[in-house]
Design a protein around this ligand. Sequence first.
Ligand code: URA
Length: 193
Amino acid sequence: MSIEEDLKEVKDLCELCQNCALGATRTNIVFSGGVPNHKLMLIGEAPGYNEDMQGEPFVGKAGQLLDKIFESVGLSRKRDIYICNTLKCRPPNNRDPLPEEKEACRAFLDAQLEILKPRIILLCGKVALTSMLNTNQGITKLRGQWFEGPYDSVMMPIFHPSYLLRNESHEKGSPKWLMWQDIKEVKRVYDSL
Ligand code: URA
C-alpha cells in the first residue's frame, strides 16, 4: 500500500473514534492538511472552531499567519508540508487538551509519524512540545533548537502562530523576529535533505 493509502486507513478509523468525550462534541475530525511530504511535518495543538467546521487544520487567523511564515521561505502547504495536531477533535471553547484526551488520541499521531517517517518535525506550541519531548522546560526556552525525534528525524519547537498574533512587534528579539530566525533555519535543513 502507498503512504496515502496507509494514512487514509488511519483517517477512516479516526472518523469512527469515540475514545474520549470529544468524539461526542466534534463536528468533524481534523486529521491532517497539506501534503504527505516525508521531509516536513508540523504538529500543532488541536482544532479550533474553524478547523472543526471545515475538517482542515490551521484554517483560521493563526493558520493564515502560519502559511505566510512558510511562504516567506518558499515553503507551501500545497506542496511541502504535512500538517496535523496533537488532538484530532476540538476541545470545547478551545480550552487546552486534557491529559486523558492526549492519551486517547496519541495512537493516531503515532500512526501518522510511523507511516510518514518525516525527516523534520516542527512542534508548534507548548502542547505539541510537551507531547513529543519529555521536558518541563517551556517553548520560550526550547524554540529554535534541534532535538532527536522518532525514525531518525530532527524536531524543532517553534512558537504557535496564535502567540505571534498576540505580539505585534517585529523588532529584533521579539517573538515574530525569533520565528523568522527559526523558519530560516528549518528551510536551511530542509534544503540539505
Ligand atoms: N491551532 C492549532 O494548534 N491547530 C489548528 O489546527 C488550528 C489552530
